[in-house]
Design a protein around this ligand. Structure first.
Ligand code: BGC
Length: 744
């Protein structure tokens, strides 16, 4: 029976009735689930009612590495997923991770999400989301497996480069436009890895126990924002456990919080191999099972996907009468909703692939995310009227960084290395010599994608250092380009780093370069903080992340001053590992099994500030080639009520001689509180572009919600009346002015 709910549908029916003898296509238009004008829920119920039990079971699990089958009989198409989150992964074989061998799947690599977060510019997240969404759409993908918003809790986490830093507000602000931008293309964002997936070692067996306050204040806000503000259509469960249940089928996280409390109506997708139990998967909120490593699969059985937890084992339970079909129908509804929003969205754009617009987007995001950490005696930008001989040292000046690192690995159409970017920028105006300096990772393959670079070098460490030192001695400026890479135990999925130190003897090399030439700039290619015992010996330090296809051009643009750097750190650089909350509160971290997050809400700068520990570089830090002066910080009223707003404003002036952008940051401190609170917390920020001499007034609106904390004894957010302090500054440690106000 067709239920008529809307005048639109009624009109469609009348048209169809009038043309009763017309051929099939017109008649099909009145079938509610095929009618793009019918309300979504009506389409869902209509399709559900037409499906057999077997079709329902098939719909909720994979049929290949990256696809689920749809309902062929009803013309409901397959769903195709792809990694994510920095570009569109090359096609793999139906059942294997090996390459399918397509020749038209080389994509644009966008900068890693740490770099995006470092722009502190939601407009860049929108550009990123729209661009990668267009690439996904062109490649006919329905689900983009990203973005990742797990909180940066330890600098050893091998996957931090795929995430958006240590602060829940920054990650929330940046994830929303990314999700919306992707989904404008009729491609679902799949926000991952929900939740508490903060390390890679033991990622399948660590069982996190965290207090509710930290869960709500630190680990969930970015997911909450992605769902409630970004309107994410899908979400991926984490590999780890939370309170004894795997996150892919976790009653509290998925049923209670995500679906009931936040009203998420999309589909929960398992991480690949993250499903472990049929009963839990049925009851605890998993909707679509991908990537399970069942025995059938391992044995290469033809019907391997039948062995999935939500396949035959589920069907048999229903057939034996051990369980009803309510849960199944609910899962099917969610997958159908996802399908109507993506694969069956007949109005979506067609997307585009490897366009110059996408390269420009990648470059702009890279330029805006690069962070100038240190710049003594204005070593940077390099002035080509003075600097004629440049020594570039380091493996990362030439190494392709888009291959490796795990599931985010890409096959790119082009990747400009830092050395090529520098050479292209200097042209004939300077002599650029390169010396390797150290041998790090000579690999360069991932799942059959080969970088094609021959990086083997059998020279001794001494010989490599000697060559680099000789080049440095003869140069007007030395640019060392090192850091980490995408190989195991560096910035790489599945493993964590072993220490905070730079690997491969780079510390010694930097020391030798500094001895040879004090005009030394260190460029770090990494997604994580590193220790810098050599810091004082350098003239400049640049945090350059993984920048993707346009790495070299974006970096050269900053080094030579075409771009005035405006990135700010999305996480703290600690001086020592013991200064991080995860390690300070748990010397054996990371370990297998039950793991209590004893640091609670005191993660990142919240921890260092409470303990009075000086960071190497604070959260929010980043220099510019110009200078900004902040005027007094003002509040438009001394008090606000529960529903009121206080406006905090500050004038910021560019007092240098170059145009530039400043990220003005608002932190709030709660002077007296019933529960312990951080010294201060980021509550708002704005990036302003100023010409020399120009002033902008930045106004932040503060309401009671910015003042509240999560009271886990009451299970709700509470804003306690009292005195608060607004602190406005250029970083968490560079506060330029404060003002007090009261919450009545
Ligand atoms: C990763 C996910 C990824 C998936 C599919 C997993 O190993 O954790 O982030 O999306 O593989 O490649």
């Amino acid at each position: 029976m067709i239920r008529i709910r809307t005048p639109r549908l009624l009109a469609a029916l009348l048209v169809a009735a009038a043309a009763a003898c017309s051929p099939a296509p017109e008649r099909a238009a009145v079938v509610p689930y095929l009618d793009p004008d019918a309300p979504l829920e009506e389409r869902v119920e209509d399709a559900l009612a037409r499906m057999t039990l077997r079709e329902k079971i098939d719909l909720i699990h994979a049929q290949s590495k990256f696809s689920s089958p749809g309902v062929p009989r009803l013309g409901i198409p397959e769903l195709w997923a792809t990694d994510g989150p920095h570009g569109i992964r090359p096609e793999v074989q139906w059942d294997e991770w090996d390459q399918a061998g397509w020749t038209n799947d080389s994509c644009v690599a966008f900068p890693a999400l740490t770099c995006l977060a470092a722009t502190w510019n939601p407009a860049m997240a929108d550009l990123y989301g729209r661009s990668i969404g267009e690439e996904a759409r062109y490649r006919e993908k329905d689900i983009l497996l990203g973005p990742g918003v797990n909180i940066y809790r330890t600098p050893l986490n091998g996957r931090n480069f795929e995430y958006m830093g240590e602060d829940p507000l920054l990650a929330s602000r940046m994830v929303v436009p990314y999700v919306r931008g992707v989904q404008r293309n009729g491609v679902a964002a799949c926000v991952k890895h929900y939740a508490l997936n903060n390390e890679e070692t033991f990622r399948h067996s660590i069982d996190v126990d965290v207090d509710d306050r930290a869960l709500r204040e630190i680990y969930l806000p970015a997911f909450h924002a992605a769902v409630t503000e970004g309107g994410a259509w899908s979400l991926m469960g984490g590999y780890n456990l939370y309170r004894g249940e795997h996150c892919c089928h976790n009653d509290r996280l998925l049923n209670e919080i995500l679906k009931e409390e936040w009203g998420f109506d999309g589909a929960v997708i398992s991480d690949w191999g993250g499903t472990h139990d049929t009963d839990e998967a049925i009851r605890n909120g998993l909707d679509l099972e991908f990537g399970s490593w069942t025995d059938g699969l391992a044995a290469g059985a033809a019907n391997a996907y039948e062995s999935y937890y939500l396949a035959l084992p589920y069907l048999q339970k229903i057939e034996r009468g051990e369980i009803g079909t309510d849960e199944l129908d609910e899962k099917v509804r969610r997958v159908l909703r996802l399908t109507f929003r993506t694969a069956m969205n007949t109005r979506k754009p067609f997307g585009s692939f490897c366009s110059e617009e996408h390269y420009t987007a990648a470059r702009r995001i890279g330029e805006e995310g690069i962070v100038l950490l240190r710049n003594e005696k204005q070593m940077l930008p390099l002035d080509l009227s003075v600097v004629r001989r440049i020594a570039v040292v380091g493996e990362n000046a030439v190494k392709m960084m888009t291959v490796g690192g795990g599931s985010s690995s890409l096959k790119v159409e082009r990747e400009i290395s830092p050395l090529d970017g520098i050479r292209a920028r200097t042209g004939d105006t300077a002599t650029v010599v390169w010396a390797r300096g150290y041998v790090g990772d000579t690999g360069g393959t991932y799942n059959g994608v080969v970088s094609g670079q021959e990086l083997r070098d059998d020279r001794s460490a001494e010989a490599l250092v000697a060559e680099a030192v000789a080049a440095a001695r003869n140069a007007d400026a030395v640019i060392f380009i090192g850091g980490l890479n995408k190989s195991e135990n560096q910035d790489c999925e599945g493993t964590d780093r072993r220490s905070l130190a730079l690997p491969y003897g780079q510390e010694r090399l930097i020391g030798a370069l500094a001895d040879a030439n004090p005009r030394l700039a260190v460029v770090l290619v990494s997604g994580n903080a590193v220790a810098m015992p050599w810091l004082d010996r350098t003239a400049a330090v640049v945090q350059a992340w993984y920048l993707g296809s346009e790495a070299g051009s974006a970096l050269a643009s900053v080094l030579f001053g075409d771009t005035n750097p405006s990135g700010k750190l999305p996480f703290t650089f600690p001086a020592r590992l013991e200064d991080c909350s995860a390690h300070a509160t748990d010397p054996h971290f990371p370990h297998d099994g039950p793991t209590r997050y004893r640091d609670g809400i005191f993660v990142g700068y919240r921890w260092l500030e409470r303990e009075g520990i000086e960071p190497l570089f604070p959260f929010g830090h980043g220099l510019s080639y110009t200078t900004f002066v902040y005027g007094p910080v003002r509040a438009d009223r001394p008090t606000l009520g529960e529903r009121g707003t206080v406006r905090i404003s500050v004038d910021v002036t560019n007092t240098g001689d170059r145009a530039g952008a400043e990220v003005v940051q608002l932190y709030i401190a709660d002077r007296v509180s019933s529960l312990p609170r951080p010294v201060k917390e980021l509550k708002d920020f704005e990036k302003v572009w100023l010409r020399p001499g120009e002033t902008a007034t930045v106004v932040f609106s503060v309401t009671a919600s910015e003042l509240s904390y999560y009271d886990d004894t009451q299970g709700r957010w509470v804003a306690e009346p009292g005195t608060f302090e607004a602190l406005v500054g250029a970083s968490s440690a560079d506060i330029r002015g404060t003002v007090l106000f009261e919450l009545r």
